[in-house]
Write a protein that binds this ligand. Structure first.
Ligand SMILES: [Zn+2]
Length: 277
């Protein structure tokens, strides 16, 4: 849930924005774009699900309360990041990705009306061009967030993934929208984006067998954020995304805590430096 930023955060943001051409925003909201991890969290049919096991809960012999758990899961499930090495042999592992690739101004491209009508929908360059007609060109170094509307089906795997089956045989039954490979290439070469994310289980649509959009982004060192939540609460432009993965040494991906700062509406404010890295 969103909450008002504290005065301390607002002051920090104002300082961070000192290089921006317009005045910073002193009011705004933090939005959580992360699904909580639990036994209901959606994982790829072949991946190990999230497990939380109690280690201890209760009163210790010394007379104080103590709680601790252990957890395990595949890297790629729930709200998570794909590091470039996931689909590129020489790509960076999750611990080697620079922070400035994970933090930046976000644009939200809402294709939900078309995607919700077709579980095999491919987001195309046309969709991105239509967004640009309204909002102007996607700026260089933007983080592009694609909203398909599939978040509303979480955590029902039948509606969200197309199947609740598990195992290798379930992969062919996956049906959810994703980004067409030529649109991925266009975002990389024509718009030089910083990172990309969406509210489905994979940047490639469910019926993909070649994972071409994954490969395009991996080859260009672009992090991918998957299973994002709350994109419907973000403005088309103006939010600042912070997508911080668990820093797994050698990881091909990791659970992610993604949040966005949405500046207040006072005239002319930017809230965060909107460009540059
Ligand atoms: Zn992944």
């Amino acid at each position: 849930m969103p909450f008002q930023a504290s005065a301390v955060f607002a002051a920090a943001l104002a300082l961070a924005a000192c290089a921006a051409p317009r005045a910073p925003c002193l009011s705004g909201q933090w939005m959580d774009l992360t699904h909580a991890f639990s036994k209901r969290t959606i994982y790829w049919p072949t991946a190990e699900s999230f497990r939380l096991e109690p280690v201890f809960e209760g009163m210790t012999v010394q007379g104080f309360h103590y709680t601790a758990n252990r957890f395990s899961a595949a890297e790629h499930g729930g709200t998570h990041m794909d590091a470039p090495i996931h689909f590129a042999e020489a790509g960076a592992t999750v611990d080697r990705i620079a922070l400035d690739q994970l933090i930046g101004p976000a644009v939200v491209v809402d294709v939900s009306s078309r995607a919700l009508a077709d579980p095999n929908y491919l987001i195309r360059i046309d969709d991105l061009a239509a967004w640009e007609k309204v909002h102007g060109p996607i700026p260089a170094k933007a983080i592009v967030l694609l909203r398909t509307g599939y978040e509303r089906f979480w955590p029902d795997p039948v509606k969200y993934l197309g199947t609740a089956e598990r195992g290798e045989g379930a992969v062919a039954k996956l049906h959810f929208p994703g980004l067409a490979a030529e649109a991925a290439q266009w975002l990389v070469t024509e718009r030089r984006i910083r990172a990309v994310g969406l509210d489905t289980a994979s940047i490639d649509y469910g019926q993909s067998t070649r994972f071409e959009s994954h490969r395009v982004f991996a080859q260009h060192r672009i992090p991918i954020f998957e299973n994002l939540a709350g994109l419907g609460a973000l403005p088309a432009t103006g939010a600042m995304l912070l997508a911080l993965p668990m820093k797994i040494a050698g990881g091909s991906g990791a659970p992610l805590r993604a949040v966005a700062w949405v500046p207040g509406r006072q005239a002319g404010c930017r809230g965060f430096p909107a460009t540059g890295r």
